[in-house]
Design a protein around this ligand. Structure first.
Ligand code: ATP
Length: 363
């Protein structure tokens, strides 16, 4: 096969490319330039956008003896990932930009170009397993990225390869060292690649500006404080509320509701966070076919944790109706609900939807 290896400059994608070569594929490496101003980005740390990362990717490709190119996808990334992220937060949601990047950039724009150039597949260093179109969690549970890949359609999965998903991360580092790849000890990337400071609130504040609103007690309706915009909050957040002390009953307060129209952020007790049902839109079924009846699943509602047994049904408008068998907390609009097969391994991805609403009544 002709395989395009997406090389970030990190250790995982370098080993992924190496394994694709070793498997006998004809491999070409590509680094995506995702920032419109790479020169202004930090050195020393990790992310998607620095010149240093492009150089590391090129050196890895040299070691592997494969052709290497840098493709400029900065405009697409800005439009489809960064702007979507900002708009989603401004609308009171909590988006996951990695998920959007997989859906719109790596396995869409990049894969489309690869296909047009005669490649059969795109290989990445994502930690997930893919066999005969079946997407599964990675062997290394701590590194598993199946959640952010759960948005891929059957067609997108049919041209993807995840060569490192069957191996624990420490082994990948050891393998990189054995292969003479200089990135073997490069630190893992963390957080959001286009916010190198890690300060999401400051990033959003600079982009969205100040949109004042009130923090209100969810029980009494009492106004507790002013805030500078709903983009500073996420469901389940406890710290940084700017509200003095606990509630009257002595219990800590959490963000329980965000109303973007009025700019109201409601805070209340942990019990108010309990969710028993989820409405999602933009459903995707990895098999390519929506089931006709209810399906038993294990659902995951954020990148790390947030797992529960559920019964899921496809809705006529292309969404999902998720009825939980046990309550979940911290379920935010804009995040994905990813569905896993409820067998003991619980590792096969069945599909996903984007969380559009939640309900607190048990059906
Ligand atoms: N700028 C980029 N150019 C090309 N491919 C990229 C880029 N950023 C990410 N990727 C691809 O997407 C995969 C997952 O990205 P993620 O940011 O989660 O990687 P990572 O955990 O830092 O892995 P790595 O060690 O390869 O950087 C990478 O392994 C790589 O294949």
């Amino acid at each position: 096969m002709r395989v395009l290896a997406a090389m970030s400059g990190g250790v995982d994608s370098a080993v992924a490319a190496a394994r694709a070569v070793e498997a006998g594929h004809e491999v070409v490496g590509v680094h995506l330039a995702l920032s419109t101003a790479p020169g202004t980005l930090r050195t020393g740390s990790r992310g998607c956008c620095s010149k240093e990362d492009a150089g590391d990717a090129r050196r890895a490709a040299d070691v592997l003896g494969i052709p290497f190119y840098v493709w400029d996808f900065a405009d697409r990334f800005k439009e489809d990932v960064i702007e979507d992220f900002i708009e989603s937060y401004a609308a009171g949601e909590t988006p996951n930009p990695c998920l959007r990047c997989n859906e719109k950039i790596k396995f869409a724009a990049l894969a489309d170009r690869a296909l047009a150039l005669g490649f059969d597949a795109v290989a990445t260093g994502h930690y997930a397993q893919l066999t005969d179109g079946v997407l599964r969690r990675a062997v290394d549970a701590d590194k598993d990225q199946s959640y952010v890949l759960g948005v891929l359609t059957a067609a997108q999965l049919s041209r993807a390869m995840f060569p490192v998903g069957d191996t624990p991360k420490p082994q990948i580092r050891a393998e990189a060292a054995e292969r003479g790849l200089a990135v073997a000890d490069k630190p893992d990337s963390h957080d959001i690649c286009f916010i190198p400071s890690g300060d999401t609130r400051a990033f959003l504040g600079a982009k969205i500006g100040i949109r004042p609103g009130k923090i209100v007690d969810a029980d009494s309706g009492e106004e507790l404080a002013d805030h500078e915009g709903v983009h500073g909050f996420t469901i389940g957040q406890r710290k940084g509320l700017g509200v003095e002390g606990p509630a009257a009953d002595g219990k800590p307060r959490y963000v329980t509701e965000i109303e973007p129209e009025t700019g109201t952020v409601k805070v209340g007790s942990a019990e108010r966070l309990q969710v028993w049902s989820i409405a999602a839109d933009r459903a995707i079924w990895t098999s390519g076919v929506a089931p006709t009846g209810p399906v038993e699943c294990v659902v995951q509602v954020r990148a790390h944790g947030g797992l529960a047994q559920a019964v899921v049904e496809a809705t006529v408008d292309g969404g999902l109706d998720v009825q939980l068998r046990e309550p979940l907390t911290g379920v935010a609009r804009g995040q994905a609900v990813v569905l896993y097969r409820p067998d003991p391994a619980g590792d096969v991805v069945l599909g996903s939807g984007t969380i559009a609403g939640t309900g607190s009544d048990r059906r």
